[in-house]
Design a protein around this ligand. Structure first.
Ligand code: SF4
Length: 145
């Protein structure tokens, strides 16, 4: 099922587009366009650096009920074991919710949750204080049922 996620206010910012794309169920983002300058700016998304896409600052505004929840911002990177933590969490959350396409994507990832070396680097960086080391064990169990 596709979701429409309205992007209010700063909908033309690169990190707002990345935030919307990272939400479960969002496959496309269609920003409003007023003129050619908007088109040029929006096309810059494809060449934007990680820092421009980073929306982890949202963590400082997060309500306390978001604590422990991955929002796929990848602020936890770099993982010393080379894991794509945000994408792995996303596939896991979607698969748990019944998304078979996400469940099919997980085995195609280059590295899986069983490659986590439990170093704790990601946990020290998460804006939302995710318990990722325990989550990696959950993810591994889930996909190897
Ligand atoms: S705890 Fe696991 S997922 Fe997190 S940074 Fe270390 S190896 Fe990567």
């Amino acid at each position: 099922m596709q979701r429409l996620l309205p992007l209010a206010g700063s909908y033309r910012s690169i990190n707002a587009i990345q935030y919307a794309l990272d939400k479960p169920g969002v496959l496309r983002v269609l920003p409003g366009i007023r003129n050619v300058e908007d088109v040029k700016h929006l096309l810059g998304f494809f060449d934007a650096a990680e820092e421009e896409r980073d929306y982890s600052a949202l963590g400082s505004y997060a309500p306390t009920e978001m604590a422990g929840t991955c929002v796929y911002c990848n602020h936890c990177q770099p993982c010393p074991a080379g894991l794509n933590v945000g994408l792995m969490n996303k596939y896991y959350d979607l698969a748990k919710a019944g998304d078979t396409m996400a469940a099919d994507h997980y085995p195609n990832m280059e590295l899986h949750a069983d490659s986590c070396i439990q170093c704790g680097h990601c946990e020290s960086r998460f804006p939302f204080h995710v318990k990722q080391m325990a989550r990696m064990e959950e993810i591994n169990s889930f996909f190897n049922r």
